[in-house]
Write a protein that binds this ligand. Structure first.
Ligand code: TYD
Ligand code: MG
Length: 458
């Protein structure tokens, strides 16, 4: 019998060590080392072709002699997913989809498997039985356009055997944490197993040009479970997020070797699966007939797509000594900074007020262009004067109360214009080279917060 060999792995970053360490030398985390058995099979041939593994060695070639080829892309039939992937699924790519349990990762992938045209798809599930998947497929009620095969199996060696017979065009693995490779003895979900299974699937994808989707669990703090290197190994990392109690789900690209990162797609989860939301601005703006104070609309960009988002603020007298500050969908530290700017530069006495902030639709925004709308919503609530629902904002606010320019201003303005807004506040530094005649909307260039407030509240 082969001697079993074990090593210690950092559960946080995947660092390997021969002996136990208290502190990981790679990621500086304490107490993260766990012993795992690593027993490599003697000849190290690719697991998916144990009999005739090819060991090609490459020669260096000059850049100008390498033939350029545009990557081949498969359209998935899901416009949101295609856009997030950078214009379709690249052949031979490995895509990792992370997200909290119950958010809809399996639903998204099953829908893709049923919806894609004229392809043979293999959906491998280590989490659910065939019956459970069938029930979900019935719920989604899509007429399958593809040959979709379900395999409930967790051993990579068996999976590759089936793949060799079926020769699928796309492989989906639900989830990477349930797989195990016979080459390694530790339990499924451990660092070395996840790493080995991903490596085997990666080799398979690259050598056969088959795209592979991996579903990944995430940990309590929102990182994809398993070693950090998992994210380095794959080509694309997508995150599926949202509030489980809201119907909207957001698919965000965190890393993409074949397209822009920070792209996002929006879905609505209803009783028959996920539906694409193609006009996000319309759902993110609440329908209201009367003007209410504390609401301001921001023209933000997520990835390449402009979106108008409603920011809502509530400012009230603090009932207890320390005022409460809370924000949903927006960084609380940034909100505190904006409140400090208002106190210091504009003389609003907010230190005795509770301030609550909410972005409609359960969405999270990191675009700094939302700053001005947030300030306007706070002041509107504080003064109890509504802002016209036809006014929107797109500018960053600096520490001294200056209104700063933001990128891609034309795109933001045309989206607001298209949706029928009649006034947009932007930084005056954004006006250079902007032709106002193109738009029906009135463009207000402002330099200081005071200018905005005198224009809004007189
Ligand atoms: P699921 O895809 O199982 O999530 P994950 O794989 O990320 O754990 O999604 C399960 C949730 O989605 C569950 O709470 C039920 C809900 N759901 C619907 O609301 N409508 C549907 O048509 C389906 C299939 C699921
Ligand atoms: Mg699932």
């Amino acid at each position: 019998m082969a001697k079993t060999k074990s090593a210690y792995f950092c559960q946080n970053c995947g660092y390997e060590s021969a002996k136990w360490l208290g502190k990981c030398p790679s990621c500086s985390q304490w107490n993260t080392f766990v012993e795992e058995v690593v027993e490599k099979s003697a000849p190290n041939v690719p697991a998916w072709k144990t009999s005739s593994g090819s060991q090609r060695s490459n020669k260096p070639s000059k850049v100008e002699h390498i033939e350029s080829s545009t990557e081949k892309r498969i359209l998935t039939g899901d416009q949101e997913l295609d856009r997030v992937l950078g214009g379709g699924l690249v052949t031979g790519s490995v895509t990792l989809i992370g997200g909290e349990p119950g958010i809809g990762k399996s639903t998204l992938m099953l829908q893709l498997a049923l919806n894609i045209q004229n392809k043979r798809i293999l959906y491998i599930s280590g989490e659910e039985s065939e019956q459970q998947i069938k029930m979900r497929a019935e719920r989604i009620t899509l007429t399958p356009k593809a040959d979709c095969y379900i395999l409930t199996e967790t051993s990579t060696q068996n999976i590759f055997k089936q793949i060799e017979q079926l020769e699928p065009h796309i492989v989906i693995v639900d989830s990477i944490q349930t797989l195990h490779s016979a080459h390694i003895e530790s339990t499924p979900g451990s660092v070395s197993q996840v790493r080995e299974c991903t490596a085997e699937l990666l080799r398979f994808a690259k050598e056969t040009d088959t795209p592979v989707f991996l579903i990944g669990h995430i940990t309590k703090d929102g990182a994809i479970a398993g070693p950090k290197i998992l994210e380095h190994m794959v080509d694309t990392v997508l995150q599926f997020e949202g509030d489980r109690h809201h119907i909207y789900r957001i698919l965000r690209s965190i890393k993409n070797r074949f397209g822009a990162a920070a792209e996002m797609g929006i879905y609505a989860m209803n009783s028959s699966g996920l539906r694409e939301v193609t006009n996000p601005s319309e759902i993110l703006l609440s329908q209201r007939d009367e003007e209410l104070s504390g609401i301001a609309i921001s023209a933000t960009l997520e990835g390449a797509r402009p979106m108008l988002i409603e920011t809502q603020a509530l400012v009230s007298v603090a009932a207890y000594g320390t005022p409460q500050r809370s924000a949903t969908g927006f960084d609380t530290r940034r909100m505190n900074m904006l409140l400090a700017v208002l106190e210091k530069r504009c003389g609003f006495r907010l230190s005795t007020r509770d301030v609550f902030l909410n972005l409609a639709g359960g969405i999270k925004v990191e675009d700094p262009a939302i700053d001005l709308a947030i300030l306007a919503a706070i002041i509107s609530s504080h003064e109890d004067i509504p802002i016209s629902s036809k006014t929107c904002f797109a500018a960053e606010v600096g520490l001294s109360g200056e209104i700063r320019a933001v990128n891609r201003i034309e795109q933001r303005i045309s989206e607001a214009d298209k949706l029928g807004f009649d006034r947009i506040f932007v930084s005056k530094y954004n006006l250079k080279g902007l032709s106002q005649e193109k738009y029906k909307i009135e463009i207000m260039g402002v330099g200081k917060i005071e200018d905005v407030f005198s224009a809004l509240f007189g």
